[in-house]
Design a protein around this ligand. Structure first.
Ligand SMILES: Nc1ncnc2c1ncn2[C@@H]1O[C@H](COP(=O)(O)OP(=O)(O)OP(=O)(O)O)[C@@H](O)[C@H]1O
Length: 267
């Protein structure tokens, strides 16, 4: 009963703000974009400039942790000025709530492209996508940060350019402050604040792209990716290293070399 009441209470306090609500007398909510584990995101109009922006609110039910992550996201975005990363436009309190304002990316996530628009990427297109995404990831790493949530809902395509969003879990490389012990090896591979975690995520990202162009034969039993996808040797090798089935990459240069070799093998 207590658990049920807690859930009802959380849903109530985390209920999204309505369209038309104005924050700080400046940001007018156009629509609720969605919620993550720790925050709520709204498409809003900045009444001072007339521009569309995204306003992210830490979930009230997540209390201090939600606020801490939003502040960290701001810190990451301020350190990462890049055309393929939304700019931070400010952080403010309204009532007892904390809000982060960023650029709005008027585009589609890779998740939308694959699952809603049914876009299928060939092997070559998948590799070309990764080749363009990796320099943005390298930039994040060179500035001393790791994204730690490189997934298809967090990469957007806008006018043919790729934009990396949602730095809500980003950390400085090596910053383990407040990290709970990992519950599995898989979680450690994804969440350890090390550049290798982002490369591991890139491996899964590449798998999603490759599977978007895959159609199982009728009656075919489900298998492993290397059984189902017919890939060139070079792409298979790249994937095995990204997914740490073979020796993990030690440098961005070695990874990029293998992506280029896999592209060259197909062209
Ligand atoms: N800068 C942005 N421009 C356009 N859409 C955005 C932007 N930031 C977030 N969104 C969209 O808002 C929604 C909510 O995003 P948010 O980052 O809060 O959570 P999430 O990615 O769904 O989950 P989590 O934070 O748990 O990974 C998503 O659909 C996301 O695509």
């Amino acid at each position: 009963m207590i658990r049920y009441l807690r859930q009802v209470y959380q849903a109530w306090i985390d209920y999204p703000l309505r369209a038309g609500h104005r924050l700080q007398g400046r940001y007018e909510i156009v629509r609720f974009l969605g919620e993550g584990s720790y925050g709520l995101a709204y498409l809003s109009t900045d009444r001072q400039t007339g521009e569309r922006v995204v306003v992210k609110q830490s979930k009230p039910s997540k209390r201090g942790l939600g606020r801490k992550l939003l502040r960290r996201e701001q810190e990451a975005l301020l350190a990462l000025t890049h055309p393929s990363i939304p700019k931070c436009r400010g952080l403010f309190e309204d009532g007892k709530r904390l809000f982060l304002v960023t650029d709005w990316i008027d585009g589609a996530t890779v998740e939308d492209l694959i699952f809603e628009q049914q876009r299928g990427f060939s092997e070559l297109e998948s590799l070309a996508f990764i080749a363009r995404l990796l320099p943005v990831v390298r930039f994040v790493h060179e500035r001393g940060w790791v994204h730690l949530d490189l997934r298809i809902p967090n990469v957007m395509v806008r006018d043919g350019t790729y934009v990396l969003i949602d730095f809500g879990l980003a950390r400085r490389i090596g910053d383990t402050e407040g990290l709970e012990p990992f519950s599995s090896e898989e979680e450690e591979r994804r969440r350890l604040p090390d550049v290798k975690s982002d490369w591991y995520a890139v491996g899964h990202f590449l798998l999603f792209l490759l599977y978007s162009g895959y159609e199982a034969q009728e009656g075919q039993p489900p298998g492993e990716w290397h059984e189902e996808l017919s890939l060139s040797m070079a792409t298979g090798r790249l994937l095995r290293r990204l997914l740490r089935l073979d020796e993990a990459y030690e440098s961005d240069a070695a990874l990029m070399r293998d992506v280029e070799a896999a592209i060259a093998a197909l062209t």
